[in-house]
Design a protein around this ligand. Structure first.
Ligand code: ARG
Length: 558
């Protein structure tokens, strides 16, 4: 952002000859502050103009709009620029004081809608660490998009249909107990699922029964439907507990099953466009440079991809989205490539607004965690442990805190969410409970703690925003904070463009570090005019808003 100031000035001097991008690329940040805050090397221009670099530097330094800078100097082949730090600081602070939590927001004149497919766990199975990733990454992207002026529709595309439900119905009828399902639905249904797979290894006919049961389900058999609905309701109740704890809500729980009565229309559309080809009794769409996309199986039952086609069309019709994103693990990249390619072949222009936002796996000892074998870490237990640990910390550090339980919840959950979001989403993460529950170093609680510190300072200093507020001086140590504060809108833009919440997480760590350094070197409360508290206030606003964009609460005290 500060670079942009110099780019604009240089453009005034150089005219059309050099693009903004080129100038932006050339500008350097000098190693030593005696050489200015920004430096513009003139060697590339020298070649272009066939002049000596130091001559060009002189000329530019002369012509640059000096009123915008503290000082401009030509040194060798460089133009060194010293910024008006106090002015920039005041401009920045003034903006934050005025806009408060709206700082960094964008408003669009026309309505823009984004649908986001996130979380989407599978019914009757434990909520996996992978689904946790989709949930927290997706929720943050949704919040960032709202900040950028989008109407966001959060869709939980539940995995509530497919052959596995046939298997589950068979398993329940053979070995299941109603009381157990009611008492502990996910655990019991998952046990049945695991047992089915074990038994099927001995007795392959079970698989046929499973397929048969699913066919009955697809053709609307009441008995099968009743069981299915019951499994779905019980599972969803369990998932809701997790969502409530994480503070996440959805606008739609239309899962795969919702599209059952919308599949024929899709098949017809594909037929009409002459895209369906028979292959081994199945119907497929052939694609360039990709394996064909399977639409119906030999026995006529439909597939995951078909349901996603129906869902995409339904979402466009229902919400008229400008953007439609899918936050799903990168092991499904091929599926989404195929999905988008089929929509492309169908001639849907709106397909251009769709994107798969993939993320890496959670590994255990370098290997993918598998739910199949029944050896899973339950998210519920992780959350419980995080909250308990947070409570223990609070008891030790701040035993008189009023809202201990609630704060512990915010801190424990903050730790879990931040632990995920601080990593670039495509990186695999090695699962470590100890790491997730760490409260020191580059963690969510560290940022929350810094925020709480700003609150305390503002209270102690009885800070109030005044109309006649001015910045009468600027501590040298405050400059790194100012630079970060004025960059907040830019960071949000980048996070949106790249669907990358880690940009914000890393930024919050930088702000926290810069602020804590300031706090350690400057006596903040020892000053009359409230200059320093205005900076503290701005830091508080940005930390709180940044944490909110990650889906994390900011307690006032902890
Ligand atoms: N239920 C799927 C799974 O757990 C994820 C669904 C993602 N969304 C979608 N529209 N395909 O693997």
């Amino acid at each position: 952002m500060l670079k942009q100031l110099l780019v604009t000035s240089l453009k005034e001097v150089l005219g059309k000859e050099f693009s903004q991008e080129t100038l932006n690329r050339l500008i350097e940040i000098p190693k030593h502050e005696t050489l200015g805050d920004l430096a513009f090397p003139c060697f590339e221009l020298a070649k272009h103009y066939r002049k000596a670099p130091h001559v060009i530097a002189q000329e530019i330094a002369c012509k640059l709009d000096h009123s915008k800078y503290e000082r401009v100097e030509a040194v060798g082949g460089y133009v060194n620029v010293f910024l008006k730090k106090k002015t920039i600081a005041w401009e920045t602070i003034k903006k934050v004081l005025l806009e408060k939590e709206a700082y960094g927001s964008k408003v669009h004149t026309e309505k823009k809608t984004m649908t986001i497919d996130l979380s989407s766990p599978n019914i009757a199975k434990p909520f996996s660490m992978g689904h946790l990733r989709s949930t927290v990454i997706g929720n943050s992207i949704a919040l960032i998009a709202e900040k950028q002026g989008y109407d966001v529709v959060r869709i939980n595309h539940l995995g509530d249909w497919g052959t596995q439900f046939g298997k589950l119905i068979v398993a329940y009828k053979k070995w299941g107990k109603k009381e157990n399902v009611i008492k502990n639905p996910i655990k019991e249904l998952f046990n049945l699922y695991v047992k089915f797979h074990m038994e099927a290894e001995e007795d392959a006919s079970l698989n046929d029964h499973g397929r048969e049961a699913f066919k009955q389900l697809e053709s609307g058999n009441e008995d099968a439907l009743f069981l299915w609905k019951w499994f779905r309701d019980e599972s969803l109740k369990e998932f809701m507990k997790i969502y409530n704890q994480l503070g996440i809500r959805f606008d739609s729980y239309h899962g795969e099953a919702f599209y059952n009565d919308k599949m024929d229309a899709v098949v017809t559309m594909l037929e009409e466009r002459g895209l369906l080809v028979e292959s081994d009794g199945a119907q497929v769409v052939e694609l360039e440079n990709l394996p064909p996309c399977l639409i119906t199986k030999r026995d006529g039952t439909t597939l995951y991809a078909t349901r996603d086609l129906a869902a995409a069309i339904y979402r466009q019709q229902t919400y008229q989205f400008n953007k439609s994103v899918y936050v799903v693990g990168n092991e499904q990249s091929l599926h989404f490539k195929q999905l988008f390619a089929v929509l492309e072949k169908m001639g849907f222009e709106w397909r251009k607004g769709m994107a798969h936002v993939p993320f890496g796996m959670i590994l255990k000892d370098g290997k993918k965690m598998s739910t199949r074998k029944g050896k899973v870490v339950l998210l519920e237990d992780v959350i419980k442990e995080a909250i308990q640990l947070a409570l223990k910390n609070i008891e030790a550090k701040n035993p008189t805190l009023i809202d201990k339980e609630e704060t512990a919840k915010q801190v424990g959950i903050g730790a879990i969410i931040f632990h995920d979001l601080k990593n670039y989403r495509l990186n695999d993460i090695e699962f470590s409970l100890a790491d997730m529950l760490r409260f020191e170093g580059e963690t969510g609680p560290y940022v929350q703690y810094t925020h709480a510190r700003t609150s305390t300072l503002l209270k102690k200093g009885k800070f109030q925003i005044r109309d006649n507020q001015q910045l009468s001086f600027l501590d040298k140590e405050a400059w790194p904070i100012i630079k970060l504060l004025q960059n907040f809108p830019q960071v949000i833009n980048q996070a949106m463009e790249e669907y990358d919440p880690s940009k914000i997480a890393k930024y919050l760590l930088d702000v926290s570090k810069a602020f804590n350094h300031y706090y350690a070197t400057v006596k903040i409360l020892n000053e009359e005019e409230g200059n320093r508290l205005a900076i503290v206030y701005s830091v508080k606003v940005v930390l709180k808003e940044g944490l909110r964009l990650l889906g994390i609460a900011s307690p006032e005290e902890m």
